[in-house]
Design a protein around this ligand. Sequence first.
Ligand code: SAH
Ligand code: SF4
Ligand code: F3S
Length: 448
Amino acid sequence: MEFKSLRPLTGEGKQLFIETYGCQMNAGDSEIVVSIMQEHGYRYTEDINKADIILINTCSIRDNAEQRIWGRLSAMRQLKKRKPSLIVGIIGCMAERLKEQLIEKGTGVDIVAGPDSYRSLPDLVRTAEDGSKGINVELSKEETYAEIAPVRLDKNGVSAFIAIMRGCNNYCAYCVVPYTRGIERSRDPQTIVSEARTLFENGYREVTLLGQNVNSYSYGEVSFPELMAMVAEISPLLRVRFATSHPKDISDRLLEVMARYDNICKAIHLPAQSGSNEMLKKMNRKYTREWYLERIAAIGRYMPECAITTDLIAGFCGETLEDHSQTLSLMRQVGYASAFMFKYSERPGTFSARHFADDIDDDEKTRRLNEIIALQNQLSIESNQAEVGKIREVLVEGISKRSEEQLCGRTSQNKMVVFDRKNHKAGDYITVKITGCSSATLFGEEVL
Ligand code: SAH
Ligand code: SF4
Ligand code: F3S
C-alpha cells in the first residue's frame, strides 16, 4: 500500500461526470460521491464530453430501470471509442445486484461500486487507471456517510434532500431494495440537524428527510418524531418534509408532532401498493386494508388538511380482478392527491420471484395499470378542485415553465402553484388564493 501515498492526489485536473437514475436516495448519494471525489482532487463537470470519468448511479427497482442503463452503457462504449482513456463506472443499486456481471467482457465498464462503498471510489478509479477493474460491492452495517457534506447538484437553492437512514429491513416480497442497499441503519441526529441548519443558513427553505422507511429511524434516544421536531425547531421559516413512511408504523406520535409545527408540511406519502388484503399479505406489507384506512382516518383527525399520496402496483402475482377492484375502491375511499403507479416487475432473488408465479400477462397488467391511472387522474383533478378558493402559503421555487412572468412554488400540501412574479424570487413565502387548476397544477393570485 505504501506506494499509493507517494502518488499525488489521484484526481488532479481530472473531470468527473455523474448521471443519476432511480429514487431520491440515489440523487443524494450522487452528491456524496461528488463530495468524496472532490476531496481527492477531482473536478465535477456538467459536460459529459469533458469527462475523464463517468459514473452512472443506477436503479434496479423494475426491469425497465435496468434496461435503460444497459442502453446508456452502449452509448458509453461509443464515447470510449473517441476517448480510450475514459473511465466508466456503474454505481448504486444495479452495481450491487449484478456485481461482476457488469464488468464481463464487452460491457465497457471499468468500475463497479455498491451503495456502501463510495468512500473507496478514488481507489477504484486508480485501479481502473492502472488497467485493472475496480470492484467493491460490500454492504455495510454502519456506513451512513454521516459526516460527508454533500455537494448540492440540484441547484434550485430552495429545497434539498437529507438522507437520515440507509437500507431497508422490510423485505416486501416484490422488492429488491433490501438486497441492493443492505440492512437499515440510522444516521447520527446531530449531523442531520447541522446539515439542515447549514442549508437554512445558505438560503434553503425546505428539507426533505429521506429513508426507505423513515418511521423506523432510531438513533440512541432519538426516534423519528423527535428528529422531525429537532429539525423543525431550526427555524419556523424552514419547511420540513419526509419520505417515505411505511403504513405499518406511522404512529400517532409522529402525527402529533406534524400537527404541532406549522413548518412541518401537511403531506404524507403513504404507499398502499394494493387495496386487497390477499395481495397485501402476499406482498409481506404487514398491514391490512382496514389498518391502512384507520391510519388515514388518524391522519385526518390530527391534520384535516393533510394531503395523502401513494404508490400502487398493478398485476402482482395471482392478483384477481376482485383484488384489482379492491385497489380501485381503496383509491376512491382515500381520495389520493397523486400517486406513483407501476406494473409489477419480477426482480430476481426477491421472495416473490422465488415463491410465486408472475402469472398476470403483460397486456392484462397494462390494462389494470391504465384503469388505475385513469382513476387517479380523476382523483387528482378532484383534489385540486377542492383547493380552489382556499388561501395557501407558497414557498417560491423558481420561474414557472409556462412564462418568465410567472413563478411556481409549492403549498404545504406539496401542490405546485403558478402565480404572477411581481417582485418575488425563489425562497420567498407568499400567501396566495387558489383561483383555478388543471390536473397537475394550481393557479393562484397573491393576497396582500
Ligand atoms: N421504501 C419505499 C419504496 C421504495 S420503491 C416504500 O416502501 O414506500 C418505490 C416504489 O416502487 C414502491 O413503493 C413500489 O410501489 C414500487 N416497486 C418496488 N418494487 C417493485 C416491483 N418489483 N415492481 C413494480 N413496482 C415496484
Ligand atoms: Fe422495498 Fe418494502 Fe423496503 Fe419499501 S419498505 S424499500 S417497498 S422492501
Ligand atoms: Fe432504485 Fe435503489 Fe432507489 S433500486 S428506487 S435506486 S433504492
